[in-house]
Design a protein around this ligand. Structure first.
Ligand code: NAG
Ligand code: NAG
Ligand code: NAG
Length: 142
């Protein structure tokens, strides 16, 4: 007897992994399979190959590697998750690696801030120094 897609390996696991479900896509094949197994004849519904992304001849191993996933839709809402779980507090860990670009950015921003600050402060410092110098010049004249 030959059953479509059925492969018999030395081990049961091989048999399962190397076989495909192609027989279950054909009502005739399913009927024959049931007849061989001695099951009572009963109208059966075959699988519909247009409802799956897998090929009819894909082995169970192939499908297992893709975890039998037909489609994967991701619809994530952190807001809804937060609202429905209503945690008392929220904590997150932030891994920070200091790289060359960040070093340069930090240096430039500190440099820019410093130069801006110094530009405002230096005229006053110069004025204060000038006043002090002026006072010291005046003192010996008296
Ligand atoms: C398989 O599914 C498609 C899409 O739902 C449908 O149009 C088609 O009639 C189905 N075929 C069988 C044999 O059920
Ligand atoms: C599956 O394999 C059979 C036999 O090897 C072949 O006749 C059939 O066209 C194949 N079907 C698909 C969808 O690859
Ligand atoms: C995500 O799910 C919400 C509700 O479950 C729905 O209103 C929204 O349209 C979905 N968005 C997408 C992109 O599927």
């Amino acid at each position: 007897m030959i059953i479509d897609g059925m492969v018999f390996g030395c081990y049961l696991l091989e048999t399962v992994l190397l076989s495909s479900l192609s027989c279950f896509y054909s009502e005739t094949c399913i009927s024959n399979f049931r007849y061989i197994l001695g099951a009572i004849p009963f109208p059966v519904q075959a699988l519909n190959d247009s409802l799956t992304r897998f090929s009819v001849n894909d082995t169970i191993e192939t499908m297992a590697y893709q975890m039998f996933i037909e489609s994967w839709a991701s619809n994530v809402s952190y807001e809804k998750f937060y609202n429905s779980c209503s945690p008392n507090y929220c904590m997150y860990t932030y891994y920070y690696r200091f790289d060359m670009l960040q070093l340069l950015t930090t240096f430039l921003s500190v440099f820019a801030g410093l130069s801006l600050g110094i530009r405002f402060v230096v005229p006053y410092i110069v004025k204060i120094f000038q006043k002090i110098q002026h006072r010291f010049r005046i003192v010996p004249m008296q």
